[in-house]
Design a protein around this ligand. Structure first.
Ligand SMILES: [Zn+2]
Length: 392
């Protein structure tokens, strides 16, 4: 038993958040809970609803305390992915049960637990040192696990319009593969998707000279895309990788040469490439692969692609690394691996790093977090706050 009040106890806060069934885009009570909690801690709170035709409204949240710089923003989300079949879970995914030293439930690590730890950390900090000499804010979206249209992008623009200027950001996503202290994410690879469509000429399979089989050309193009590695990586990033993710012809007939064939691919790329240079490279690979007898093809790139980024902010990265090392005895790897996150939007406003809980069970049945990890992450965040605001 502890005598901590709810507002400084990350376990109580995380359990309360898990009890809010905030499956994207539902608010589920999670934002309102956070609003009450941070208002009691002295924050100025704003619930901000965004709409888009044909989409569900999404409630987001911004809260701030203090004045002027430096301005540290903690970014995260309270929405969660669906639990799947609740009967498959050892404990009700929305009960916030503690058992076997674990807090169980959807969002335990991704990322209600991370939000709870930062809320507990700043509340403890204020109790110990008073208001920070600068500003601390929360930028919380309810639309991270969904289309992300009514979430972080709009909330960042909203905050900027109100005159908020951020100096540094921590995203509390679960960044540690195995144990707390494994890794800080200091950047992300870019993502580029595309579709190659080949148009041949349909015909009878017994008379191929009267047709033009698009699959012959498509397989050449697929081979060309996969023949050589795009690069060998560098000291900051893993090698870029192209995966063919789908080959589609849809021909169910045995005696027919089809008219068209398509393939789709996705590339995760490092900072050796820009989106433009990579599109040009892919275009050249395809062009070199075909000869005069091949069917015509087209390549189309998705507009949702994003460039890679790398945060170079010693103040932010060193302060966080030292806080992690002090609490866990481990020096975190500075990682750029893994998928994309809302950090790709925040990087346009201020230096951003990601550090949260252990990601092993995220999005899975029986998502759970060690109770001890919640306390350790809270201490890491508080230690970081002390360093960042030089109050230690
Ligand atoms: Zn997440």
């Amino acid at each position: 038993m502890t005598n901590m009040t709810a507002s400084t106890d990350p376990l109580a806060i995380a359990a309360a958040l898990i009890k809010c069934p905030s499956v994207t885009p539902a608010e589920g009570g999670a934002i309102y809970y956070l609003d009450g909690l941070l208002e009691a801690a002295g924050f100025e709170c704003h619930r901000v609803k965004f709409s888009e035709p044909g989409m569900a409204d999404v409630v987001n949240f911004f809260a701030r305390i203090g004045d002027g710089g430096p301005h540290l923003v903690f970014a995260g989300h309270t929405d969660v992915v669906p639990p799947g079949d609740a009967d498959d879970w050892s404990h009700d995914p929305f009960a916030g049960r503690v058992a076997d030293g674990m807090l169980w439930g959807r969002g335990a690590v991704d990322m209600k637990g991370g939000v709870a730890c930062f809320a507990a950390a700043i509340t403890r900090y204020i109790a110990r040192h008073g208001r920070p000499k600068g500003t601390v804010s929360f930028l919380i979206t309810g639309d991270e696990e969904g289309p992300a249209v009514n979430g972080t992008v709009k909330l960042l623009a909203w905050a900027q319009q109100r005159g908020e200027r951020f100096d540094a950001c921590i995203v509390g996503e679960p960044t540690n593969p195995r144990a707390l202290g494994d890794a800080i994410k200091v950047g992300r690879r870019g993502s580029l998707s595309g579709t190659v469509s080949v148009r041949g000429q349909q015909g009878h399979v017994a008379y191929p000279h009267l047709a033009r089989n698009p699959i012959r050309t498509l397989t050449k193009l697929a081979a060309a895309l996969q023949a050589e590695p795009l690069d060998h990586g560098n000291d900051r990033f893993d090698p870029s990788n192209l995966e063919v993710i789908s080959v589609d012809v849809g021909n169910t007939t045995w005696n027919l040469i089809p008219a068209t064939a398509t393939l789709r691919f996705n590339i995760r790329f490092n900072d050796i490439w820009s989106r433009d240079s990579l599109e040009a490279h892919v275009g050249a690979l395809l062009a070199q692969a075909v000869g005069p007898d091949d069917a015509a093809y087209e390549i189309e790139f998705e507009t949702t692609s994003s460039d890679s980024f790398l945060t170079r902010s010693p103040e932010l990265i060193d302060a966080l690394s030292l806080a992690i090392e002090a609490e866990t005895g481990r020096r975190p790897e500075l990682s750029t691996s893994g998928g994309t996150s809302d950090a790709r939007f925040i990087k346009d406003y201020c230096p951003v790093v990601e550090f949260g809980l252990v990601g092993q069970t995220m999005h899975k049945v029986d998502e759970r977090v060690a109770v001890a990890d919640l306390e350790t992450l809270t201490r890491i965040y508080e230690r970081f706050l002390e360093r960042f605001f030089e109050a230690g």
